[in-house]
Design a protein around this ligand. Sequence first.
Ligand code: 5GP
Length: 114
Amino acid sequence: MAETIFLKIIRGEIPAKVVHEDDLCMAFHDIAPKAPVHVLVIPKKPIESVNDIDEDDIPILGHIWATIPKIAQQLGIAQSGYRVVVNCGADGGQEVAHLHFHLLGGRKLTWPPG
Ligand code: 5GP
């Protein structure tokens, strides 16, 4: 798998505004936020996209889903609500080839997405 900017963030080689880190995942503010709260939650394992998730990754994915509401609580958007978005591939709008969950909130989000 090609080196990505997110691997460099995990290794601390480039800075990020980290809001959560543990053995399996990391969360940091998006550099170009699309909402008042826009955090990226990523597995430390370099899974390229949703297409590359396999059965062995279920504990990691379960952990990420259990962690997202805690981060939402920490950032003050749990009660007002939020959206979790995972872009996959070119048509999905994925730019960074390291699986990531966009956690967006702090304003009323429109639907459907573009
Ligand atoms: P994608 O389009 O792949 O679903 O989302 C990639 C996200 O990563 C974008 O929202 C983009 O703003 C964010 N991003 C790209 N490079 C950096 C970076 O160096 N630092 C941070 N914090 N976010 C980044």
